[in-house]
Design a protein around this ligand. Sequence first.
Ligand code: MGD
Ligand code: MGD
Ligand code: SF4
Ligand code: MO
Length: 691
Amino acid sequence: MAARIRWVKTHCGRMDHGGCALIAGVKDNRIVQIKGDPQGRLNRGYLCPKAVASPDRLNHPLRLRKPLRRRGERGAGKWDPITWPQAISIISDNLLRIRSREGARAVAFCQGMPKGLEHFAMIRLANLFGSPNVAAVQDVCHAPREISGVHTCGFYPVADFDHQSQLVMLWGSNSTDTNEEGQICSRLLNRIQQGSELIVVDPRKTELARRATHWLPLRPGSDIALVLAFLHVVIIENLYDHDFVKQWTYGFETLAEQIDEYAPEVVSEITRIPAQDIRAAARAYANARPATIGWGNALEQNRHAFHTARALVCLMAVCGNLDVPGGNIQALDPPVQGLRQFVQADRLPEKKKDMIHARQGTLRGLMTVPPSLLKRAILDHIPYAVSGAYMQGTNPLLTWADSRQTFSALNRLAFFAISEIFMTPTASMADIVLPAATHFEFDDIGHYGLGHGTVLARPKVVDPPAGCRSDLQILNDLGKALTDPDDWYDDSRDMLDELLRPAGIDFDTFTRRGFLQGPQRFRKYLASGFRTPTGKVELKLSRAEELKVAPVPRYLGSLDDNCEYPLVLTSAKNPYYLHSSYRWVPKLRERSVEPIVLIHPETAADSGIRDGTPVAIETRSGKITQFARLSDNLPPDVICASYGWWFPEDKFSPQYDWQSANYNMLTTTENLGREFGTPNLKGIACRIRRK
Ligand SMILES: Nc1nc2c(c(=O)[nH]1)N[C@H]1C(S)=C(S)[C@@H](COP(=O)(O)OP(=O)(O)OC[C@H]3O[C@@H](n4cnc5c(=O)[nH]c(N)nc54)[C@H](O)[C@@H]3O)O[C@H]1N2
Ligand SMILES: Nc1nc2c(c(=O)[nH]1)N[C@H]1C(S)=C(S)[C@@H](COP(=O)(O)OP(=O)(O)OC[C@H]3O[C@@H](n4cnc5c(=O)[nH]c(N)nc54)[C@H](O)[C@@H]3O)O[C@H]1N2
Ligand code: SF4
Ligand SMILES: [Mo]
């Protein structure tokens, strides 16, 4: 008799930050169908194309299924299969050898976009091993928003889509394609349907921009100037919340004086947005109560990330939108184990002083090493040498700024191991490659540590292939080999129970409930003030001198002001892929076949470029080729290139082709933002040429 389909509820993960509740149809340990769960807290049945294709990752014929040891040159594609005990002992022998010779800090632990609990389990492993250096991509992804928020108002203000807002302003966040930080776009669309007005700040006329009353197609990289112009209008035109400003802010007069110079007429020159459009949008935001700001990567993939994010928090504050329903709120976590305890932060008390970036003067609060500064440590021993690494769920050759430099840094490492599900350009350089079990194949907890007040159950749906192990299990095994085994678990699943214990439930009960939600309380500052040195929202930073930053946000000009290149390059995430991941999933590749660069028809005509023409894109740092798509959905002097492209189908190079179309060949790690070590990934001077 044919097996019947069994339906299992879980949550989506690893195709973006995750969040949608799914119902998976399983037959013979294979997922045969994925549906959106209409009861899902964040998605109410919504599902995107990535999720539909997600089971295809599991059964791909080229998926990694055995631990591999490199034979021959890095990147030569020669491997010997080994057993798991062999792999764990080779990794631990090498990392312990480096620790005994050079100290624990010479070993870095590297994580890509956090996918589930494995990021925090890795920090725990690093803490117990004694290394302060967990490197991750937070410098261009969320840390600027979170830490600027903490310094300004004592928390990370996130958009509240549980309550109606009169207006939503999306600032460099394209949530119908990205569901940025697990804020599933169906919630936003629902708010718009219920009557929220929409402002979109994005150089591209996105699907959301088309629905907006105000679309501000700014020159990429000029966000800080535009926020300051908003503040200018709000303050000069007296549109701010006087009571809130008087009672709950610090330094309003200083801010008001400084924003004097950012009149829309002046800022219009920098942003290329007509002054009357800036005024109209600023007035709309200020006059709507409550209004919420959904903010995205664009404002933090820029060396001015700190001031930009801070200026936006100032704007939320002076308009009375902080911590009110339908505004930007401090989401409270459900009563699960706190991060500090989970990662055993107390075991490495000197960490904050000793981290690579802390020694280079980044802002307090950044807990992961910015990749650009890690590379300095590997290549130039600044502030000290790093010579070994353990990496998981990351593809730095594609995702870190300056890919050529990343290539040199990976080559320079005396030893590195990586856990992956597929052979990537980065994995092909490793000494050991571990085959990871992935989403649907092990029990996991989603949304932990995201700051949105929810944690989601991601119970296992099918068994992994025999040779594959989850990152949690791998870290648990490495933990036992590298540190005191008593600090680890009999079964990595016990980690989940421990995390849930303060909520009084175990993982099985959690699975039945599906999610835990923190309490929804607003205006918490009324009882205890804001958690800043002054107890108020610090429009002017009371500790600016100590932190070595400008006390109020300001515009510092663009690096490219004197560059002869006529165009500005930017990028946006591809709706069918996650960063450099999954170009090898046929169902997704069909939807997005090749790297596309969006070019305005007038600009294209000037260079003899037509739809489909291969185009050389050149910045001061490098040159790549992508295919033209003509579009008048962006300004004539802006181009938008694809990011994350490599070619898993490349049969000629064992490292695949990671250079010809890779956006990060065009970026640089010179001139990093001081606060977070952030490189400019968007808003870069460039020129194009027909190939
Ligand atoms: N130029 C430019 N650079 C950027 C960005 C940009 O917009 N422009 N965006 C930045 C941002 S926001 C981020 S978050 C980073 C992302 O940087 P990365 O996280 O390095 O990006 P990915 O390409 O998704 O790499 C993840 C890898 O994990 C593998 N993987 C998937 N599932 C699993 C699993 O369960 N276990 C393990 N061990 N591996 C798995 C995938 O196959 C993939 O190769 O890139 C940053 N870099
Ligand atoms: N499909 C898909 N979803 C994803 C990801 C993915 O790779 N693919 N990555 C996940 C991750 S790790 C993250 S951090 C989030 C990021 O999610 P988002 O923040 O939405 O990321 P982006 O698409 O990089 O940028 C958003 C928008 O900024 C616009 N933009 C470009 N330059 C500028 C600029 O200078 N200023 C302004 N204001 N806007 C600009 C782009 O046109 C784009 O529409 O998405 C997550 N979701
Ligand atoms: S939007 Fe994100 S969480 Fe939702 S189904 Fe798509 S990939 Fe999964
Ligand atoms: Mo990200």
